[in-house]
Design a protein around this ligand. Structure first.
Ligand SMILES: *Cc1c(COP(=O)(O)O)cnc(C)c1O
Length: 294
């Protein structure tokens, strides 16, 4: 396994924001991408300490977390199994999971909801099995994500991140407070009705100081897009040479650009967007990007 990754900070070209940077956690690894590596790091050490040989986790059929767990397990010499939500499907993400040696168990949406009982039912008797929650959500994941802050300059005014469960955001906020920074954390949820993310963060940290949620950039909900998001994404990638994904990171970048146009920032503000990775997921959205035959 690799240790001590310090992902690069790259400046973006933006006419209104001369101090806009992107923290390239997507470059940590193509498969154990971005925040999923940060979230797994201390879970893997815990599994090792407890002498567990088999990671068992949960996710949807396009989950970046499943792919990250599969790749991380194979590199650490561990077995991996995933409970996949919903009917049996074949896709590129699950194919990659299987190539990394992951066993897939498809479960209907009702059974999927009770993860502890699924784990008990299949692996209750297996002393090697190590439970990892959906998306890697855990205190260990918060600790891993807090380390991102230690890799950044101390004078950043605004840090932006996309959110699903809010675990990554909780870690960033923890890091900001641990270092006593004045930085504001801006969270852009990828799903609709995501006010729960503030509660999630509160549950981990017992406060939500210096946090702002921008709940209006979900584009219809989780994994939903609109033509304006796809257009933005194509322009962004062409102009910056940085790939973003339609589920998370494009929505975050769209929010920053939109807020800039609405004069939300001061011109001299230093802004860092966290690239949380997730680029393999684009494979599942080919239809939106492939050229039509002429
Ligand atoms: C999983 C994921 C997120 C969401 O992270 P949470 O910690 O669940 O909020 C954000 N961006 C990408 C690319 C992801 O794969």
């Amino acid at each position: 396994m690799f240790t001590d990754i310090h992902s690069p900070l790259q400046q973006l070209k933006h006419p209104l924001l001369p101090q806009l940077w992107i923290k390239r956690d997507d470059l940590i690894d193509p498969y154990i991408s971005g925040n999923k590596w940060r979230k797994l790091k201390y879970l893997l050490s815990k599994a090792r300490t407890e002498n567990k040989q088999h990671l068992v986790t949960f996710g949807g059929a396009y989950s970046n977390h499943l792919l990250a767990t599969a790749a991380a397990a194979s590199r650490a010499g561990l077995k991996s199994t995933a409970f996949v939500r919903g009917e049996i499907v074949k896709n590129e993400m699950l194919m990659l999971c299987q190539l990394f040696g992951m066993t897939l168990i498809f479960v209907d949406r009702t059974s999927y909801k009770d993860k502890t009982s699924l784990f008990q039912q299949y692996f209750g008797e297996d002393p090697d099995a190590f439970f990892i929650d959906e998306g890697g959500a855990s205190l260990e994941a918060v600790t891993g994500c807090a380390e991102i802050i230690a890799e950044l300059p101390t004078d950043i005014d605004h840090i932006f991140c996309a959110a699903g469960t809010g675990t990554t955001a909780a870690g960033l906020l923890k890091g900001i407070h641990a270092r006593g920074l004045k930085t504001t954390l801006h969270v852009v949820p990828a799903l609709k009705g995501a006010e729960f993310i503030a509660e999630e963060i509160f549950n981990y940290l017992r406060h939500t100081d210096q946090l702002i949620l921008h709940t209006d950039y979900h584009f219809g909900g989780y994994a939903k897009t609109k033509p304006e998001l796809i257009d933005f994404m194509k322009t962004f990638i062409r102009e910056q040479g940085v790939l973003v994904d339609p589920v998370y990171t494009a929505k975050m970048m769209y929010a920053i650009y939109d807020l800039a146009e609405k004069d939300y920032f001061k011109k001299e503000d230093k802004i860092v967007a966290l690239h949380t990775g997730g680029l393999m997921g684009i494979l599942g959205m080919k239809d939106k990007f492939l050229l039509n035959p002429l």
